[in-house]
Design a protein around this ligand. Structure first.
Ligand SMILES: [Zn+2]
Length: 180
């Protein structure tokens, strides 16, 4: 049986070997999905537009040009533009600006909880009034949003958000976290 220190050294060695391998791995071919744009004169990365004629991938700006040149022909052949974006749609982040423009109560604006929010909304939940709970990466709004009947008592429910690295998520109107 190896010592803990020996096991740890083995672990580090393995990690380093894996890192070396991935650095040596050949680059994905030009024109393949998410790789370099297929157009010869273009070296843009993250090609996500699939060309139905060449069956290769192109960056957005090349794809737009190709689509423009071939618009009528492509429509006739495929019933759509020649190059189509295959990247997954980014989920829309709820922003402080979006909320202000909506004119809604914040909890109404964030109805679709759990959802991603920007730093502005996260700060608003934590700072509009002194937060009720603020520990680790969680904050709960200082003012209860609603109350839930719990036997004879009313249990306050509070807007709750969490920070994950550089992203922020609103979790919903939740029972109070305990500080104990
Ligand atoms: Zn390109």
């Amino acid at each position: 049986m190896k010592s803990a220190a020996g096991q740890f050294r083995d672990h580090i060695k393995n990690e380093q070997a894996i890192k070396r391998q991935s650095a040596d791995a050949p680059k994905p071919a030009k024109g393949s999905c998410n790789a370099e744009c297929n157009r010869k004169a273009c070296s843009n990365p993250n090609a996500t537009f699939f060309n139905f004629s060449t069956h290769k991938y192109y960056c957005r700006s090349c794809a737009m040009q190709i689509n423009e040149y071939n618009n009528a022909e492509a429509l006739e052949l495929f019933g759509h533009a020649l190059c189509i974006d295959t990247s997954p749609r980014q989920p829309r982040i709820k922003t402080l600006k979006g909320w202000e423009e909506s004119g809604l109560d914040l909890s109404k604006y964030l109805m679709a909880a759990p959802c991603e929010i920007d730093e502005g909304i996260f700060m608003h939940i934590g700072e509009a009034v002194a937060p009720y709970f603020c520990a680790g990466d969680f904050v709960q709004c200082g003012e209860p949003d609603t109350h839930l009947e719990w036997g004879l008592e009313l249990m306050p429910l509070r807007m709750t958000a969490v920070q994950q690295g550089e992203r922020y998520f609103y979790l919903g109107v939740l029972p109070e976290f305990s500080n104990e």
